[in-house]
Write a protein that binds this ligand. Structure first.
Ligand code: NI
Length: 256
Protein backbone atom coordinates (compact mmCIF):
# COMPACT_ATOMS: atom_id res chain seq x y z
CA UNK A 1 0.00 0.00 0.00
CA UNK A 2 1.43 3.32 -1.09
CA UNK A 3 0.09 6.66 0.08
CA UNK A 4 1.26 10.26 0.13
CA UNK A 5 0.08 13.02 2.43
CA UNK A 6 0.43 16.03 0.16
CA UNK A 7 -0.42 18.60 2.86
CA UNK A 8 0.39 18.33 6.57
CA UNK A 9 1.47 20.93 9.13
CA UNK A 10 3.22 18.42 11.38
CA UNK A 11 5.74 20.98 12.64
CA UNK A 12 3.10 22.78 14.77
CA UNK A 13 2.85 22.69 18.56
CA UNK A 14 0.20 19.96 18.39
CA UNK A 15 2.96 17.48 17.45
CA UNK A 16 5.72 18.63 19.78
CA UNK A 17 5.28 15.73 22.21
CA UNK A 18 5.01 12.75 19.88
CA UNK A 19 6.23 13.63 16.40
CA UNK A 20 8.43 10.51 16.32
CA UNK A 21 5.43 8.22 16.94
CA UNK A 22 3.36 10.17 14.41
CA UNK A 23 6.02 9.58 11.75
CA UNK A 24 6.39 5.89 12.69
CA UNK A 25 2.63 5.31 12.45
CA UNK A 26 2.54 6.95 9.07
CA UNK A 27 5.49 4.90 7.73
CA UNK A 28 3.88 1.68 8.97
CA UNK A 29 0.63 2.52 7.17
CA UNK A 30 2.50 2.92 3.89
CA UNK A 31 2.69 6.71 3.76
CA UNK A 32 5.71 7.18 1.55
CA UNK A 33 6.14 10.95 1.93
CA UNK A 34 4.68 13.91 3.77
CA UNK A 35 4.71 17.32 2.10
CA UNK A 36 4.75 20.26 4.50
CA UNK A 37 3.29 23.66 3.52
CA UNK A 38 4.67 26.66 5.34
CA UNK A 39 2.38 29.16 7.09
CA UNK A 40 4.39 32.34 7.75
CA UNK A 41 7.56 33.75 9.31
CA UNK A 42 6.79 32.13 12.67
CA UNK A 43 6.60 28.58 11.34
CA UNK A 44 9.74 28.50 9.17
CA UNK A 45 12.25 27.43 11.80
CA UNK A 46 10.21 24.51 13.15
CA UNK A 47 9.35 23.30 9.66
CA UNK A 48 12.97 23.40 8.46
CA UNK A 49 14.09 21.56 11.57
CA UNK A 50 11.66 18.74 10.86
CA UNK A 51 12.60 18.68 7.17
CA UNK A 52 16.21 18.15 8.19
CA UNK A 53 15.48 15.56 10.85
CA UNK A 54 13.30 13.48 8.49
CA UNK A 55 15.12 14.40 5.33
CA UNK A 56 13.58 12.85 2.22
CA UNK A 57 10.41 11.94 4.14
CA UNK A 58 9.08 15.30 5.36
CA UNK A 59 9.48 17.66 2.46
CA UNK A 60 9.08 21.42 2.90
CA UNK A 61 7.40 24.10 0.80
CA UNK A 62 7.87 27.83 1.19
CA UNK A 63 5.17 30.49 1.05
CA UNK A 64 2.92 32.85 2.95
CA UNK A 65 -0.56 31.68 4.04
CA UNK A 66 -3.41 34.11 3.17
CA UNK A 67 -4.54 34.26 6.82
CA UNK A 68 -1.07 35.63 7.66
CA UNK A 69 -1.22 38.33 4.98
CA UNK A 70 -1.42 41.64 6.82
CA UNK A 71 0.21 45.05 6.72
CA UNK A 72 3.71 43.52 6.67
CA UNK A 73 3.10 41.05 3.85
CA UNK A 74 5.75 42.55 1.57
CA UNK A 75 8.40 42.13 4.23
CA UNK A 76 7.32 38.53 4.79
CA UNK A 77 7.44 37.87 1.05
CA UNK A 78 11.02 39.17 0.84
CA UNK A 79 12.00 36.46 3.30
CA UNK A 80 10.11 33.85 1.26
CA UNK A 81 11.90 34.98 -1.90
CA UNK A 82 15.29 34.89 -0.20
CA UNK A 83 14.76 31.39 1.12
CA UNK A 84 13.46 30.04 -2.18
CA UNK A 85 16.62 31.33 -3.87
CA UNK A 86 18.81 29.67 -1.25
CA UNK A 87 17.19 26.35 -0.23
CA UNK A 88 15.40 23.46 -1.92
CA UNK A 89 11.59 23.46 -1.74
CA UNK A 90 9.08 21.27 -3.56
CA UNK A 91 6.51 24.06 -4.07
CA UNK A 92 5.43 27.59 -3.20
CA UNK A 93 2.80 27.32 -0.49
CA UNK A 94 0.65 27.52 1.10
CA UNK A 95 -0.68 30.66 -0.48
CA UNK A 96 -4.10 31.80 -1.62
CA UNK A 97 -7.15 33.70 -0.48
CA UNK A 98 -9.50 33.43 2.48
CA UNK A 99 -12.75 35.35 2.81
CA UNK A 100 -14.04 33.26 5.71
CA UNK A 101 -12.18 34.75 8.63
CA UNK A 102 -11.53 38.30 7.60
CA UNK A 103 -12.02 40.35 4.45
CA UNK A 104 -9.88 43.31 5.54
CA UNK A 105 -6.78 42.26 3.61
CA UNK A 106 -8.34 40.76 0.50
CA UNK A 107 -6.54 43.22 -1.80
CA UNK A 108 -3.22 42.36 -0.12
CA UNK A 109 -4.03 38.65 -0.37
CA UNK A 110 -4.51 39.05 -4.11
CA UNK A 111 -1.24 40.98 -4.42
CA UNK A 112 0.61 38.31 -2.39
CA UNK A 113 -0.95 35.68 -4.63
CA UNK A 114 0.43 37.32 -7.76
CA UNK A 115 3.89 37.86 -6.29
CA UNK A 116 4.12 34.22 -5.18
CA UNK A 117 2.84 32.94 -8.53
CA UNK A 118 5.56 34.93 -10.31
CA UNK A 119 8.10 33.49 -7.89
CA UNK A 120 6.87 29.96 -8.64
CA UNK A 121 7.18 30.52 -12.39
CA UNK A 122 10.67 31.97 -11.94
CA UNK A 123 11.86 28.90 -10.02
CA UNK A 124 9.80 26.40 -12.01
CA UNK A 125 7.86 25.31 -8.92
CA UNK A 126 4.16 24.45 -8.52
CA UNK A 127 1.89 26.36 -6.14
CA UNK A 128 -0.24 25.01 -3.28
CA UNK A 129 -3.44 27.00 -2.95
CA UNK A 130 -5.60 27.58 0.09
CA UNK A 131 -8.98 29.12 -0.66
CA UNK A 132 -11.93 29.41 1.64
CA UNK A 133 -15.21 31.03 0.62
CA UNK A 134 -13.23 32.26 -2.38
CA UNK A 135 -12.92 29.46 -4.95
CA UNK A 136 -14.30 31.50 -7.87
CA UNK A 137 -12.13 34.52 -7.02
CA UNK A 138 -9.09 32.26 -6.81
CA UNK A 139 -9.79 30.51 -10.10
CA UNK A 140 -9.83 33.99 -11.69
CA UNK A 141 -6.46 34.79 -10.08
CA UNK A 142 -4.87 31.53 -11.25
CA UNK A 143 -6.09 31.68 -14.85
CA UNK A 144 -3.48 34.07 -16.35
CA UNK A 145 -0.67 32.18 -14.59
CA UNK A 146 -1.98 28.78 -15.68
CA UNK A 147 -1.95 30.12 -19.24
CA UNK A 148 1.77 30.81 -18.74
CA UNK A 149 2.38 27.21 -17.64
CA UNK A 150 2.07 27.46 -13.86
CA UNK A 151 0.96 24.21 -12.19
CA UNK A 152 -0.40 23.49 -8.74
CA UNK A 153 -3.10 22.13 -6.49
CA UNK A 154 -6.24 23.54 -4.90
CA UNK A 155 -5.68 22.08 -1.46
CA UNK A 156 -8.64 20.98 0.69
CA UNK A 157 -11.00 21.27 -2.26
CA UNK A 158 -14.65 21.49 -1.15
CA UNK A 159 -16.26 23.07 -4.19
CA UNK A 160 -18.76 21.99 -6.82
CA UNK A 161 -18.38 19.74 -9.87
CA UNK A 162 -18.40 22.87 -12.07
CA UNK A 163 -15.59 24.47 -10.07
CA UNK A 164 -13.63 21.19 -10.10
CA UNK A 165 -13.92 21.11 -13.89
CA UNK A 166 -12.68 24.70 -14.23
CA UNK A 167 -9.66 23.85 -12.09
CA UNK A 168 -8.85 20.71 -14.04
CA UNK A 169 -9.29 22.68 -17.25
CA UNK A 170 -6.36 24.83 -16.09
CA UNK A 171 -4.35 21.64 -15.57
CA UNK A 172 -4.40 22.04 -11.80
CA UNK A 173 -4.93 19.24 -9.26
CA UNK A 174 -7.54 18.85 -6.52
CA UNK A 175 -6.34 18.06 -3.00
CA UNK A 176 -8.89 15.93 -1.16
CA UNK A 177 -8.77 15.50 2.60
CA UNK A 178 -10.92 14.87 5.65
CA UNK A 179 -13.96 16.77 4.35
CA UNK A 180 -14.27 14.06 1.69
CA UNK A 181 -15.31 11.62 4.43
CA UNK A 182 -17.87 13.93 6.08
CA UNK A 183 -21.53 13.03 5.53
CA UNK A 184 -22.33 16.65 4.68
CA UNK A 185 -19.02 17.17 2.81
CA UNK A 186 -20.70 17.03 -0.59
CA UNK A 187 -17.65 15.57 -2.33
CA UNK A 188 -19.18 12.39 -3.78
CA UNK A 189 -20.34 13.96 -7.07
CA UNK A 190 -16.88 15.49 -7.53
CA UNK A 191 -15.14 12.15 -6.90
CA UNK A 192 -17.45 10.41 -9.37
CA UNK A 193 -16.99 13.04 -12.06
CA UNK A 194 -13.30 13.90 -11.89
CA UNK A 195 -10.58 11.61 -13.26
CA UNK A 196 -8.30 10.15 -10.58
CA UNK A 197 -5.38 11.62 -12.51
CA UNK A 198 -6.39 15.00 -11.06
CA UNK A 199 -6.70 14.01 -7.42
CA UNK A 200 -4.11 14.15 -4.65
CA UNK A 201 -4.65 13.01 -1.07
CA UNK A 202 -3.93 15.10 2.00
CA UNK A 203 -4.76 15.46 5.67
CA UNK A 204 -4.11 19.17 6.45
CA UNK A 205 -2.94 17.90 9.85
CA UNK A 206 -3.57 18.89 12.60
CA UNK A 207 -6.92 20.14 11.22
CA UNK A 208 -9.96 18.48 9.63
CA UNK A 209 -9.50 14.87 10.76
CA UNK A 210 -11.53 12.41 8.67
CA UNK A 211 -14.39 10.28 9.99
CA UNK A 212 -14.31 8.54 12.52
CA UNK A 213 -11.78 10.92 14.07
CA UNK A 214 -13.59 14.14 13.21
CA UNK A 215 -12.87 16.83 15.79
CA UNK A 216 -9.70 15.18 17.07
CA UNK A 217 -6.13 16.01 16.11
CA UNK A 218 -5.46 14.91 12.54
CA UNK A 219 -2.22 13.16 11.54
CA UNK A 220 -0.74 11.80 8.29
CA UNK A 221 -1.68 8.14 8.94
CA UNK A 222 -5.35 9.16 8.50
CA UNK A 223 -4.73 9.87 4.82
CA UNK A 224 -5.63 6.17 4.51
CA UNK A 225 -9.21 6.99 5.57
CA UNK A 226 -9.52 9.49 2.73
CA UNK A 227 -8.22 6.90 0.24
CA UNK A 228 -10.69 4.34 1.63
CA UNK A 229 -13.63 6.73 1.20
CA UNK A 230 -12.70 7.48 -2.43
CA UNK A 231 -12.29 3.74 -3.09
CA UNK A 232 -15.79 3.12 -1.69
CA UNK A 233 -17.38 5.84 -3.78
CA UNK A 234 -15.70 4.58 -6.97
CA UNK A 235 -16.01 0.87 -6.09
CA UNK A 236 -12.27 0.39 -6.58
CA UNK A 237 -9.46 -1.11 -4.50
CA UNK A 238 -7.92 1.28 -1.99
CA UNK A 239 -4.44 0.27 -3.25
CA UNK A 240 -5.27 1.60 -6.69
CA UNK A 241 -6.41 4.93 -5.23
CA UNK A 242 -3.18 5.15 -3.21
CA UNK A 243 -1.00 4.34 -6.18
CA UNK A 244 -2.54 6.83 -8.63
CA UNK A 245 -2.83 9.72 -6.17
CA UNK A 246 0.75 9.18 -4.93
CA UNK A 247 2.01 9.28 -8.49
CA UNK A 248 0.11 12.55 -9.01
CA UNK A 249 1.76 14.15 -5.95
CA UNK A 250 5.23 13.03 -7.04
CA UNK A 251 4.66 14.34 -10.54
CA UNK A 252 3.52 17.73 -9.33
CA UNK A 253 6.07 18.45 -6.59
CA UNK A 254 9.69 19.10 -7.41
CA UNK A 255 11.88 16.94 -5.30
CA UNK A 256 15.04 15.16 -6.41
NI1 NI B 1 -2.77 23.99 5.25
Amino acid sequence: MTLIDSHAHIYTKEFKEDIHDVIERSREAGVERIYMPNIDHESIEDMMELAEKYSGYCIPMMGLHPCSVGKDFEKQLYEVEELVAKEKFCAIGEMGTDLYWDKTFFEQQKEAFKIQSELALKHDLPIVIHCRESIDETIELVKPFADRGLKGVFHCFTGSVEQAELIIGMNFQLGLGGVTTFKNGGMEPVIKKVSLEHIMLETDSPYLAPIPNRGKRNEPVYVKLVAKKIAEVLDKEVEEIGEITSRNSKNLFKYP
